[in-house]
Design a protein around this ligand. Structure first.
Ligand code: FAD
Length: 477
């Protein structure tokens, strides 16, 4: 039996199996760690709350994709209900649903991390070897000029007219068959071509080939604990079956909200006072320009360009040409009834640019008495200024390219969920040490987006991969 089909095996057979490492979460970080540890000969058990889809099985309707590939049925809200979080729940995590844009951090991002955390290796020169290693695992391509769709052309023209700098996007993909008419927007619900470098057919496939990996999908870990000799997890499998597993070491790779929730639920806050704090999201606001001609922003490579303007970086925001499926776009339009219908009828005529804010106001993740996660996260005055600067630039771009109307998106979306278990040298204000171990613990590690000390203002996934490569070395040692 294919090891990736473990979920179909009778659960009882697993009970007495012995493992070196338990990995909670089968997303980007978990898959990288699994690949390196299994290759080093360690027997790993990966527990993933989401489903394991095979090629051709991903949902094809927007509503099914939202409800089947994300926690909370597609979106979770902050306590003031003005920020939406999209938190992946599927084997492969964010790599299945994300846009796969991969960027290295610049000096500015590393400096701010080093300053916030006291971690000495947070430097471009020291992290270069881990980026190099991560990049050997995935195919990366720049989106070629010939694949720019109508929305990207508006973006480029508006940037040129206004003297802003832009650059092509760098994406983890092999062959998106754009010239054959494939529309990449489809792969927000899982890539049907296996071109996007999602974990199930890249890192997990290689980990599986070692024979040392067991994956249990649709298994939510609810409690973790560590003793002098072992770690233990307890969780529930689909159907309500509760199970426990033990191993020598534990790797938490459940993402920012997932790791915080699990550790809070397991009572770790008494020993880790910073747990759940320092939560960032790069709040993104999508804005629409309505044109007289068809833009067809959903066609082909629906994202091709990003801002690369030093003034924007200094101003704390970046812009990307982006689009979304119709349900998502309709939520940006505030009005109801006929006025809403009139705007939505213009879908093919819409250009769309998002401003992503490098947020400065840390949020807090909590778990209430009922065990439910609540997230306090707002934009402070500085963040609002950053958003406004970005929107000003977008308005200029739309107006200078003759948009008939500009619509400012109604709410922020958090896709880059970071922090909650921040890395740092001081246990009073951080959760994870520079060796990726939880402060005061010997066997429990975290190496995913939850350890980010602040918002870098740059796509996070390549850095998550690089950190996971480094963490795997520490865990193995
Ligand atoms: C629509 C979208 C577009 C994005 N586009 C980009 C992009 O272009 N570039 C970029 O860099 N980033 C992008 N991101 C963000 C990026 O995907 C995430 O930052 C990244 O996936 C985080 O990696 P991770 O390993 O920390 O967690 P994830 O990849 O989120 O994996 C965590 C996994 O752990 C599982 N889990 C959590 N708790 C438990 C538990 N208790 N028990 C069992 N399993 C659990 C979850 O179900 C999930 O599958 C995007 C995100 C979204 C949603």
């Amino acid at each position: 039996m294919d090891k990736l089909s473990e979920r179909r095996k009778p659960i009882v057979a697993m009970e007495n199996a012995s493992f070196d490492i338990i990995i909670v979460g089968g997303g980007i970080s978990g898959s990288f760690v699994a690949k390196y540890l299994t290759q080093a000969g360690l027997r790993c058990l990966m527990l993933e709350a989401g489903q394991h889809y095979k090629k051709g099985e991903y949902p094809s309707r927007e509503v099914d994709a939202n409800s089947q590939l994300y926690w909370g049925g597609g979106m979770e809200l902050n306590t003031s209900a003005d920020l939406v979080f999209l938190r992946p729940k599927v084997l492969g995590g964010g790599s299945v649903v994300n846009q796969a844009l991969v960027d290295r951090f610049d000096d500015d991002a590393w400096d701010s991390w080093k300053h916030a955390s006291g971690v000495s290796y947070f430097e471009s020169s020291q992290m270069a070897q881990w980026y190099d290693k991560a990049e050997t695992e995935i195919s990366i391509q720049y989106i070629d000029e010939k694949f720019r769709n109508g929305n990207a052309k508006i973006f480029a023209e508006g940037f040129d007219i206004n003297g802003f700098k832009y650059a092509p996007l760098r994406r983890a993909q092999t062959d998106c068959k754009t010239e054959q008419g494939n529309d990449c927007i489809d792969c927000l619900a899982g890539c049907k071509l296996e071109s996007k470098q999602s974990m199930p057919w890249t890192l997990l496939k290689r980990a599986n080939a070692t024979g040392n990996l067991t994956i249990l999908s649709e298994f939510e870990v609810e409690r973790v604990s560590e003793s002098d000799t072992a770690v233990q997890i307890e969780g529930t499998r689909r159907g309500g079956i509760t199970q426990k597993f033990t191993a020598k070491k534990l790797v938490l790779a459940g993402g920012a909200i997932g790791n915080s929730k699990l550790l809070l639920h397991s009572g770790f806050q008494d020993r880790l006072p910073a747990l759940g704090r320092g939560f960032y999201t790069h709040p993104q606001f999508m804005n629409l320009g309505i044109y007289a001609h068809r833009v067809n922003a959903f066609k082909g490579a629906f994202q091709a360009l990003k801002s690369d303007d030093p003034g924007f970086r200094k101003g704390g925001f970046k812009l990307e040409n982006v689009f979304g499926p119709p349900g998502g776009i309709s939520m940006l339009v505030s009005r109801l009834g006929l006025p809403h219908q009139e705007v939505m009828e213009k879908l093919p005529y819409m250009g769309c640019i998002e401003v992503a804010v490098r947020d400065t106001n840390p949020g807090q993740i909590r778990v209430n008495k009922a065990g439910v996660v609540t997230i306090r996260k707002t934009l402070n005055e500085e963040d609002e200024k950053r958003r406004a600067r970005g929107f000003d630039a977008i308005e200029k771009i739309f107006k200078s390219t003759h948009a008939q109307r500009v619509i400012e998106g109604q709410f922020g979306i958090g896709l880059h969920l970071m922090g909650g278990c921040n890395m740092g040298t001081d246990p009073a204000n951080s959760v994870v040490g520079p060796d990726f171990k939880l402060h005061g613990f010997k066997r429990t590690f975290a190496a995913d987006s939850s350890i980010f000390p602040n918002a870098p203002g740059i796509n996070p996934s390549l850095t998550i991969m690089a950190l996971a490569c480094k963490a795997a070395e520490e865990i193995r040692a």
